[in-house]
Design a protein around this ligand. Structure first.
Ligand SMILES: [Zn+2]
Length: 226
């Protein structure tokens, strides 16, 4: 089992650029089929930069503080939940509530993921802490974005669904915030990989075929750029 996962991650590692992982996230967006093919890389790059830029701002403000300390200084309560947050086969690692500001981290799901870290490429510096700071940082981005809803990526990047006369119905791209939240965590924690790569491990525990498909799509995409 561990050998098969290690083999899969060894295939994924060399092609797992932030843009390639971001594109996988974008492809899962409910509105993906409304996005012009020529816009995809631009949207992913914009989301990656938004997340990285927000992390740089946090670092300038709070120095080298860890995500728990940053959460405390932002007035966000961090709760560890010793139960499952997902339904069925969908594992939830963390979620957040804007008011009162809190992040919930689901300990059993995180522990299951951490148990696989030995086969994650280089453990990506997560050996001592496990994946908890990654998911906390991810939720911190959602919190920061929630404070400025008009500036949120989904509000600024919309796709046209259809037009009736002069009226055009549009929808926001919710995947962009996920791409940005991952980039925020990557930049804040100095990770080699965008944390979307953790999905391979998370999926593997529930659905080996789905994990294999994810890596196949990653290998097939081979995008250029960062
Ligand atoms: Zn998220």
């Amino acid at each position: 089992m561990a050998a098969a996962l290690a083999e899969l991650l060894a295939l994924a590692g060399p092609v797992a650029t932030p843009r390639a992982l971001g594109l996988l996230e974008l492809e899962a967006d409910r509105q993906f089929h409304h996005i012009a093919a020529g816009d995809r890389h631009r949207l992913v790059d914009a989301a990656l930069e938004e997340g990285a830029s927000a992390a740089r701002t946090i670092r300038r403000t709070f120095g080298l503080a860890c995500p728990d300390d940053i959460a405390g200084r932002l007035g966000i309560e961090v709760k560890t939940i010793h139960g499952e947050g997902g339904f069925g086969t969908v594992a939830v690692f963390a979620d957040h509530v804007l008011r009162p500001a809190s992040v919930r981290l689901y300990a059993p799901a995180l522990a299951a993921l951490d148990a696989c870290l030995d086969v994650y490429p280089d453990r990506d510096g997560l050996g001592a802490t496990g994946t908890r700071p990654v998911f906390l940082a991810h939720e911190l981005f959602h919190h920061l974005e929630g404070l400025r809803p008009a500036h949120a990526l989904a509000a600024r990047h919309r796709v046209a669904l259809f037009a009736i006369g002069p009226l055009t119905l549009t929808a926001g791209l919710s995947s962009l915030a996920e791409i940005a939240a991952g980039a925020f965590a990557q930049q804040l924690l100095g990770l080699r990989y965008h944390p979307k790569l953790l999905d391979v491990m998370a999926l593997f525990g529930h659905d080996v075929t789905a994990a294999q498909r994810l890596v196949e799509r990653l290998c097939a995409a081979r995008p250029t750029g960062p």
